[in-house]
Design a protein around this ligand. Structure first.
Ligand SMILES: C[S@@+](CC[C@H](N)C(=O)[O-])C[C@H]1O[C@@H](n2cnc3c(N)ncnc32)[C@H](O)[C@@H]1O
Length: 442
């Protein structure tokens, strides 16, 4: 048994190094890498370990590279990229994860052998011992941010750059959304307590419970039965922005994997929901989530491009539209640290165009008096306040509705929460109401 767990411990380090190699050196997203790697590990403890190592390693990348530059005589050549990934995985186990050093070192050195790098096992051992003894050099979180993004932070949030960087560097807590259809928040909190898990019930987030650190969903009572979901507080507040009458016809134009749509339906199962996503594989997750949460039996799901209404719209206007637009994800770097590695300025320009075309294409589908929520998990002005202001300027029958400070600081016609504020992700909210088009009336 001991032999088995040691072997799987080595396998977990190999898997973590492979995932990190893909993310660091081959432009792969962390989500995609973990999505492929984790299901191949049978032991849930190994899956949790791989995930923890990968996240931690990406957060200490700047310190690990400084250590390697100082501790080895010449930079690692390209062919040693997998070794660099393994070393980062090794360093991360010591700090910040604080795993027992002896086991972490032994498993990581064995992983080097398992990766066909027996000739470098001694080097791995020496470098990890040095890290254990001296610690990694202290670093500046800002060094992890690409210069174009730092420039955006300075121009968009001159007084909050350090707070944004710090809020993006910390590990996110676990936010839960209790399914109202299955029980109360207090009731679920008690079930957590009975399972030895302490949670707080944060004010202003009606369905939310907050747990420190990360927790595998398998440990959440009733998760499989749909009693609870994992969803950040910022995302949960989207449901508060849409005051919907019973039976309202609602479009979620960018719905996958379905977190916000499911929340709306948990609050009011009478909603007539149409959920779209351009990605058929992701849309299937909407169906899976609805099934788990016992919602959406009457919902219509389309794999379609929301911009091309002719391809999917039946002509009946919507009372409300949720546009949770594709964006830079710069508000959720604490959950997707690889955004700092992979996001390019030209991606941002392309996203801004897509967001504008989604807004313009969806607006005519709203009935007069109806509301459209435009939200993003971005902190960049171009996608948020500037995008919303430009939409208002070119759309005579659109007005922005006021949003309270519960949604963050004022940002153009909307509100912005910065990463880490109220323990939440960075998020932008705006609500547009469709009124009478003055231009058409005259
Ligand atoms: C921010 S995610 C949505 C998250 C989702 N609302 C939730 O709460 O689970 C954005 C989604 O927009 C989808 N998307 C991007 N462009 C689209 C388009 N033109 N039409 C429909 N969906 C699109 C992406 O596939 C992605 O799933």
């Amino acid at each position: 048994m001991a032999g088995t767990s040691q072997a799987t411990g080595v396998a977990a380090r190999v898997v973590a190094a492979n995932v990190l190699d893909g993310v660091l050196h081959h432009g792969r997203s962390l989500k995609a890498g973990l999505g492929v790697a984790l299901p191949a590990l049978p032991d849930p403890r190994d899956r949790a370990l791989v995930e923890a190592i990968c996240f931690a390693a990406l957060r200490i990348r700047h310190r690990a590279d400084a250590a390697l530059a100082a501790w080895i005589p010449s930079p690692l050549p390209k062919r040693d990229a997998p070794l660099r990934a393994l070393l980062l995985a090794g360093f991360a186990q010591l700090d910040p994860l604080g795993l027992p050093a002896h086991a972490a070192l032994a498993a990581t050195v064995d992983a080097a052998r398992a990766m066909g790098r027996a000739h470098q096992a001694k080097l791995v051992n020496a470098l990890l011992r040095r890290a254990q003894r001296d610690g990694l050099p202290e670093g500046d979180w800002r060094d992890l941010w690409p210069s174009w993004l730092r420039g955006r932070l300075r121009s968009d949030w001159p007084d909050a750059v350090d707070a944004i960087v710090a809020g993006s560097a910390n590990q996110a807590p676990t936010w839960l959304r209790v399914n109202r259809l299955r029980g109360t928040r207090d009731g679920y909190r008690q079930r957590l307590l009975d399972a030895g898990i302490a949670a707080t019930a944060p004010g202003g987030f009606e369905d939310a419970l907050l747990i420190e650190g990360s927790l595998p969903v398998a440990q959440l009572p009733g998760f499989g039965e749909g009693d609870v979901s994992v969803q950040d507080g910022s995302a949960q507040q989207v449901a508060d922005t849409l005051a919907l009458p019973a039976g309202a016809r609602v479009l979620d134009a960018c719905a996958a994997p379905g977190g916000k749509a499911a929340h709306l339906l948990e609050r009011d199962p009478t909603l007539r929901l149409v959920a779209l996503d351009v990605d058929p594989a992701r849309l299937r997750k909407v169906g899976d989530n609805f099934a788990r949460l016992h919602v959406g039996a009457q919902a219509t799901l389309h794999a379609a491009d929301a911009v091309d209404a002719d391809g999917w719209w039946d002509g009946e206007p919507f009372d409300a539209i949720l546009l949770d637009a594709p964006c830079s994800a710069t508000g959720i770097i604490r959950r997707q640290p690889d955004v700092l590695l992979h996001r390019r300025e030209r991606d941002l320009d392309a996203l801004v165009l897509v967001q504008a075309s989604l807004l313009d294409a969806l607006w005519p589908l709203l009935r007069p008096g109806g509301t459209l929520a435009y939200v993003t998990c971005s902190i960049l002005d171009a996608e948020n306040a500037a995008q919303a202001s430009a939409f208002l300027a070119r759309t005579p029958d659109a007005e922005a509705l006021p949003l309270g400070e519960a949604y963050g600081r004022p940002a153009g016609p909307g509100r912005q929460r910065l990463p880490g504020e109220q323990a939440c992700d960075g998020f932008f909210y705006t609500i547009f109401r469709r009124g009478v088009d003055d231009a058409r009336v005259t």
